[in-house]
Design a binder for this molecule. Structure first.
Ligand code: TLP
Length: 348
C-alpha cells in the first residue's frame, strides 16, 4: 500500500529536474570557495531575499545556529517566542555551543509576538546584573502556530522595538516562501527588516538538503567562519546545491497548491464530528488541530490512520499536525478525509 505522508514537508523527494541538475552539477572545493554551483546558489539566495550575501548550510538548524553564533557573544540574550522552533526543537544549540541566553515571550496564536511584551523583555544595558539583549528572532511562517504568515506590517511593529533599543533582528524563515506566496508579497519585502534570514530549500521547496543564511557581506563573512566551527564547511557541495537552485527556480509558485490542499483538508476535517479546528486560521501548508472528545487518544487516531496508509504526527497529547507538500495531490487529501472519518467513527 502506498502511504500518504503528511508528517512534514521535510519528507519530500527531489523532482526529476533536481536529480538531473545534481547529476550534471559543476563541482569544486567549497571551503576554497571554488564550487561554482554553490557560489551561484549563494548569489541567487542573496539576490532573491534582497541581501548582499548568502551562505549555504546543511540544515535550518545549522542556519539558525550559525546566524545566532554570529550575532551573539557568550552571555548575550536572544529574545524569541515560546513556540519558536529555535527554542523548542533545536536541541538548545545556541546555549550549548554559543553560551547565549534565551528570553522567551509568549507567542500569540497568529505566530506574532506582542511588541509591548518584547519591549518589556529588553534589558537595561547600564545595569551590571543583566545579560545584554542582542537580537530578536521571529519565525515566518510560524510552524507551531499552524503555519501562520507574518505580514510586513506585523513584522514592522517588532522592528520598531529593535530599532529603539539598537537590537538586531534574525528571521527563522524556514518557510519564508510559503509566507510570501500566501500574502502575495515579494519575499525580499518580508526579509527587509532583518539583519539575517535563514531559509530552507528542504521543506516545501522539496530539495533534498540545505538552507541558506543571507545578510550583509560582513555578517556572512563572519558566519562562514562560524559554519566552519560547527563542521559545516562542505567540499563538493555543488552536488546538493544544484537541487537547491532548481528549488528556487521551479518550486516556489507551486506552493499555492500546497496551501489550497491544506485549506481543503482543514475544511473537510471541520465537517467530521469530534474534530476541533477552525479552517479560517489555515493560511499556508500546515494544519494543526485537536479533538473535542478527551476520551479519544490522539495516539489511537494516528495508529488507526497508519493502518489506512496515512501518516500524521501528534505534536502534543492534544494536537495533530498535517503538512501538505510536493507529492501530495488533492486526491490524497480526499483519501485522508475518508480515512479520518472512518477512524474517528470506529473510536467514538
Ligand atoms: N522543522 C521540522 C521539525 O524539526 C519540527 C518540521 O517537521 O517542521 N525552523 C523551522 C520553522 C522549522 O520548521 C524547522 C524544521 C527548522 C527551522 C529546522 O530545519 P532542519 O530540519 O533543516 O534543521
Amino acid at each position: 500500500m502506498s502511504t500518504i505522508d503528511l508528517r512534514s514537508d521535510t519528507v519530500t523527494m527531489p523532482s526529476p529536474a533536481m536529480r538531473e541538475a545534481m547529476y550534471r552539477a559543476e563541482l569544486g572545493d567549497d571551503v576554497y570557495r571554488e564550487d561554482p554551483t554553490v557560489n551561484r546558489l549563494e548569489e541567487m539566495a542573496a539576490e532573491r531575499l534582497g541581501k548582499e550575501a548568502g551562505l549555504f548550510v546543511v540544515s535550518g538548524t545549522m542556519g539558525n545556529l550559525v546566524a545566532l553564533l554570529t550575532h551573539c557573544a557568550r552571555g548575550d540574550e536572544v529574545i524569541l517566542g515560546d513556540h519558536a522552533h529555535i527554542f523548542l526543537y533545536e536541541a538548545g544549540g545556541i546555549s550549548a555551543l554559543g553560551g547565549a541566553m534565551v528570553h522567551t515571550v509568549p507567542n500569540l496564536p497568529n505566530g506574532m509576538l506582542d511588541p509591548v511584551q518584547v519591549e518589556a523583555a529588553v534589558r537595561d544595558t547600564q545595569n551590571v546584573h543583566f545579560p545584554r539583549s542582542r537580537v530578536i528572532c521571529l519565525e515566518n511562517t510560524h510552524n507551531r502556530c499552524g503555519g501562520a504568515a507574518l505580514s510586513p506590517e506585523q513584522i514592522g511593529t517588532i522592528k520598531a522595538v529593535a530599532d529603539r533599543h539598537g537590537l538586531r533582528m534574525h528571521l527563522d524563515g524556514a518557510r519564508i516562501f510559503n509566507a510570501a506566496v500566501a500574502l502575495g508579497v515579494d519575499v525580499a519585502e518580508l526579509a527587509a527588516p532583518f539583519d539575517s534570514v535563514q531559509f530552507c530549500f528542504s521543506k516545501g521547496l522539496a530539495a533534498p538538503v540545505g538552507s541558506a543564511i543571507v545578510g550583509s557581506k560582513e555578517f556572512i563573512e563572519q558566519a562562514r567562519r562560524n559554519r566552519k566551527i560547527v563542521g559545516g564547511g562542505m567540499r563538493q557541495a555543488g552536488a546538493i546545491a544544484a537541487a537547491a537552485i532548481v528549488a528556487l527556480e521551479q518550486m516556489v509558485d507551486r506552493l499555492a497548491d500546497d496551501h489550497a490542499n491544506a485549506k481543503r483538508l482543514a475544511e473537510g476535517l471541520a465537517e467530521i464530528p469530534g474534530v476541533d479546528i477552525d479552517p479560517s486560521t489555515v493560511q499556508t501548508n500546515i494544519v494543526i488541530f485537536g479533538l473535542r472528545n478527551p476520551k479519544i487518544a490522539i495516539a489511537d487516531v494516528t495508529s488507526g490512520l497508519a493502518a489506512e496508509g496515512i501518516q500524521m504526527n501528534a505534536i502534543s497529547p492534544t494536537q495533530f499536525r498535517a503538512v501538505t507538500h510536493y507529492g501530495i495531490e488533492r486526491d490524497d487529501i480526499d483519501k485522508t478525509l475518508v480515512a479520518f472519518r472512518k477512524v474517528m467513527g470506529a473510536l467514538a
